[in-house]
Write a protein that binds this ligand. Structure first.
Ligand code: NAD
Ligand code: TDX
Length: 332
């Protein structure tokens, strides 16, 4: 199997590349990545050069994506602009990469008749009330709130249209909030860990009661591999590990695990249009493809993640200053 992984130098993509090279000894991976601010070659350091190549290019570049797709067996498409807060300041890169870029990927897999797995997010479904007994399922109507989530929702619609109209062999997964090593410090958990390491207080948007459904990125990887190998063409699978927690609970736990007073955080401006709660029902993936998450202990997964950021300061320090400057400019 020669797999093309778009966005493979980012957080989830690079963890997926490591996972697949470990789990499938005879597979070869070509990472295709534009190395945006979120892409980092250090995420791929130490991988076996005989089993892995790197193409530095943009998915919006028709010739580049066609060339890469023509010489692979299957594509897993992670490349995206991924941060809600950035989409509220500057939506265009989200429209360009997430919509136009996904269109280019779809046209390439159509032209060369290749299998595609499209990576998406639970945010396409909008949000839930805190006390809503229902969770998101593949049947939940789309109702995205932000430029980021609407561009991901649009990309999912493109994939479904290409399956139905052109017979493209694609599957889709919508996953909940990931955490783990190599996540950019703009995101919630790494931001709080690195704020504490640098001697500042963690920062909660608004009242901190918004709920996210956390999954370790390694469990996202195993879910994607199961769908790639066993998923039914045209189907959508939700990936989640029943990890619902409020942001306040997560910040308090991070402080506690780092030996600090759990109440030593501050409230900052809320995110405009801030989704209240996400929750995933992953039973289709469990029942139909036999997938099970391994990292069901959030405390220990979080402890390992804290350790990783403590031990890899040189990885995140170059991102930290400009990220905090961006947050300061919007009062968050
Ligand atoms: P990330 O921002 O860490 O990485 C994105 C990667 O895509 C980077 O390496 C970047 O250089 C690359 N990229 C961006 N624009 C590109 C372009 N035009 N051409 C080629 N490469 C480009 O993102 P992430 O958190 O790893 O998310 C990966 C995917 O997973 C995204 O599709 C995202 O929507 C989805 N997702 C993320 C989460 C989460 O919690 N982070 C949850 C569910 C789904
Ligand atoms: O400093 C912060 N304080 C805070 O309270 C930051 C950065 C975030 N938050 C809140 C906002 C959210 O309620 O924490 C929660 C998580 O925030 P993010 O890490 O920005 O994630 P979210 O907006 O939930 O989106 C994530 O999950 C779904 C990923 O970034 C998306 O790519 C994915 O699709």
């Amino acid at each position: 199997m020669k797999l093309l992984v778009t966005g493979g130098a980012g957080f989830i993509g690079s963890n997926f590349v490591r996972y697949v090279l470990r789990e499938r000894a005879d597979w070869h991976i070509d990472v295709f990545d534009a190395l945006s601010y979120a892409g980092n070659m250090a995420n791929l350091e130490g991988l076996d050069k005989n089993r892995f190549t790197f193409t530095h290019a943009d998915i919006c570049d028709e010739n580049a994506i066609n060339d890469a797709v023509s010489s692979c067996d299957a594509v897993v498409h992670f490349a995206a602009e991924s941060h809600n807060d950035n989409s509220l300041v500057s939506p265009w890169p989200f429209i360009n990469t997430n919509l136009v870029g996904t269109f280019r990927v779809l046209e390439a897999v159509r032209k060369y008749d290749k299998r595609l797995h499209h990576i998406s997010t639970d945010e396409v479904y909008g949000d839930l009330e805190l006390d809503d007994p229902a969770k998101f399922t593949p049947e939940t109507p789309y109702n995205p709130s932000s430029p980021y989530s609407s561009s991901k929702a649009g990309s999912d619609h493109l994939v479904r249209a290409w399956v139905r109209s052109f017979g493209v062999k694609a599957t889709i997964s919508n996953c909940s909030n990931n955490y783990g090593p190599f996540q950019h410090v703009e995101k919630f958990i790494p931001r709080q860990i690195t704020e504490i390491i640098e001697g500042r207080k963690p920062k909660l948007y608004g009242n901190g009661l918004n709920v996210r459904d956390w999954i370790h990125t390694e469990d996202h990887s195993s879910g994607v591999l199961a769908i790639l190998e066993k998923g039914v063409i045209g189907e959508t699978y939700l990936i989640g590990a029943s990890g619902e927690r409020s942001n306040k609970q997560v910040v308090e736990l991070i402080l506690e695990l780092m030996g600090k007073d759990p109440s030593n955080y501050e409230h900052v401006n809320d995110r405009p249009g801030h989704d209240l709660r996400y929750a995933i029902d992953a039973s289709k993936l469990v029942k139909e493809l036999g997938w099970h998450p391994k990292y069901t202990e959030f405390n220990s997964g979080l402890k390992d993640t804290i350790e990783w950021y403590r031990n890899n300061k040189s990885w995140w320090e170059p991102q930290k200053k400009y990220t905090e400057e961006k947050y300061r400019s919007v009062g968050r």
